[in-house]
Design a protein around this ligand. Structure first.
Ligand SMILES: NC(=O)C1=CN([C@@H]2O[C@H](COP(=O)(O)OP(=O)(O)OC[C@H]3O[C@@H](n4cnc5c(N)ncnc54)[C@H](O)[C@@H]3O)[C@@H](O)[C@H]2O)C=CC1
Ligand SMILES: Cc1cc2nc3c(=O)[nH]c(=O)nc-3n(C[C@H](O)[C@H](O)[C@H](O)COP(=O)(O)O)c2cc1C
Length: 170
């Protein structure tokens, strides 16, 4: 006699909306990621930044391949991760929107260190980096970055993005 075959129901695929709703409750630091080099200067707002390894000191940045800045980051070898303070919400909106590149950079003061990428003067912390590897994953490229220099402020509160809005410390 043939054994009855139990067919497990297929789990419903996770939709883009479900994914984004879920991700929206992961509180994140807000960063402006900048570059300069043969392809020119560019920058964008990123929350998809995290620690990778302390040997060598490295972090990762996820960059959407459809972003206007993508080709410039693809051609340049260096970037700087500038982590924003609570006072820099307007800068996050500027670098996260459809604003012209000159207008983005004109709204703040910048300097450079080892890599030559723009370093935001009033950032909570700056990670000056060399892009050591690039891995395509879905819609994004994961940029693995070796940290060449760190500049850190003595004090200040970090800007946090949670549930699609910025949070201020209480
Ligand atoms: N990792 C990324 O590429 C992120 C992109 N964004 C951009 O800013 C817009 C506004 O974002 P929200 O106000 O937070 O509302 P949302 O509903 O579009 O996104 C909610 C959360 O989903 C994640 N997310 C959004 N778009 C994503 C993407 N293309 N790939 C991977 N993860 C993504 C982020 O964690 C985001 O905070 C987004 O539509 C997107 O264009 C925002 C946050 C992260
Ligand atoms: C709060 C916030 C976080 C974002 N995080 C990322 C991110 O981690 N990676 C990414 O590729 N884009 C992210 N974006 C979107 C880019 O900042 C935006 O697409 C980029 O500035 C390019 O825009 P453009 O194509 O109009 O120039 C974020 C936007 C906002 C407002």
């Amino acid at each position: 006699m043939l054994a009855a075959k139990i067919v497990e129901p297929m789990p419903a695929p996770v939709t883009k909306d479900a994914f984004r709703n879920a991700m929206s409750v992961l509180a994140s630091a807000v960063n402006v990621v900048t570059t300069d080099g043969p392809a020119g200067r560019a920058g964008f707002t990123a929350t998809a930044v995290c620690s990778v390894s302390d040997e060598p000191p490295s972090l990762l940045v996820c960059l959407n391949r459809s972003a206007s800045v993508y080709d410039i980051f693809q051609a340049n070898d260096h970037l700087c991760v500038n982590t924003l303070t609570c006072e820099q919400q307007a800068l996050s909106n500027l670098f996260g929107g459809k604003t012209a590149m000159e207008e983005r950079f004109a709204s703040a003061d910048w300097s450079t260190d080892v890599s030559g990428a723009p370093m935001l003067d009033d950032a909570l912390i700056n990670f000056d980096c060399r892009i050591s590897n690039r891995v395509a994953a879905g819609s994004h490229d994961i940029l693995i970055c070796e940290i060449l220099a760190i500049r850190q402020r003595d004090s200040g509160d970090g800007l946090v993005y949670f549930q699609r809005r910025y949070c201020q410390p209480v």
